[in-house]
Design a protein around this ligand. Structure first.
Ligand code: FAD
Length: 224
């Protein structure tokens, strides 16, 4: 039986990404970085489950998500911004391979940063960011999710790069081998977290391995 969630608040994060706050039903346990599948509680949509990552902490009394919408595509995320306070969603039990395996390099593209939100917030809260860094790729500056929050996190030293905006002051281009060599020292023995579209994860994983990272130290989630 899916859990029934009630929407308590919805607010924009970027031009196409929103922050959703739901009540928290009993019996939901998860670790920072994990996800659950959500379904719209509407005729014709209850079988359309889509995975989203909790951005709240496991001990919080609410459940939070940060979700990018694809308005040109007639799917679930197109409909989410139309939800109102009091509307319901259905949710499966939590799952997910991305959890906190220790300080490391967190490498994200677009909405792939979401598993790192609760992990890095917790590390920031516990003054445990030493040895961690965020490398974050987006099409443009306007697409960067929680840019100011990352910049404010003491010790995280985030590096943003944009692929489709030449006028930006940020680094230009994709997270490739050259970029990784510039921003990471010592690949051996270090933990790497990668999250983003499938091609991104594969490319970054290959680059990391070529630079000396061990396969067992690369934490990813399938199916983005
Ligand atoms: C474990 C996990 C956790 C995730 N957590 C999050 C999260 O916290 N936040 C988040 O924003 N995303 C997250 N995602 C990604 C999210 O699940 C997808 O974006 C979502 O399922 C898309 O649902 P949809 O019904 O809108 O699109 P679907 O119908 O499922 O379409 C899938 C994909 O189509 C692509 N698409 C976009 N436009 C078009 C178009 N015009 N034509 C065809 N295809 C198009 C998009 O890339 C979209 O992801 C996660 C994915 C995984 C696997």
């Amino acid at each position: 039986m899916p859990h029934k969630l009630t929407l308590k608040a919805l607010a924009p994060v970027t031009h196409d990404t929103n922050h959703y706050v739901f009540d928290r039903p009993e019996g939901i346990d998860f670790e920072p970085g994990q996800a659950a599948a959500l379904m719209l509680d509407r005729e014709g949509w209850r079988d359309e489950d889509r995975p989203f990552t909790f951005t709240s902490q496991p001990e919080d009394t609410i459940l939070e998500f940060v979700i990018k919408s694809y308005p040109d595509h007639d799917g679930v995320t197109k409909r989410l911004p139309d939800l109102s306070e009091g509307d319901h969603m259905l949710m499966t039990d939590p799952f997910g391979a991305i959890t906190d395996h220790g300080p490391g390099v967190f490498i994200a593209a677009g909405a792939g940063v979401t598993p790192f939100i609760s992990i890095l917030r917790r590390r920031s809260r516990d003054d445990a960011l030493s040895g961690s860094r965020l490398l974050y790729s987006n099409k443009t500056e306007a697409d960067i999710i929680l840019k100011e929050e990352w910049e404010r996190m003491d010790g995280l030293n985030p590096v943003f790069t944009v692929t489709d905006e030449e006028s930006s002051d940020f680094a230009q281009g994709r997270i490739d081998r050259k970029f990784l060599q510039k921003h990471v020292q010592d690949f051996e023995g270090k933990i790497f977290y990668i999250c983003g579209p499938e091609g991104f994860v594969d490319d970054v994983r290959d680059s990391l391995k070529a630079l000396g990272a061990e396969a067992d130290n690369i934490i990813t989630e399938e199916g983005w």
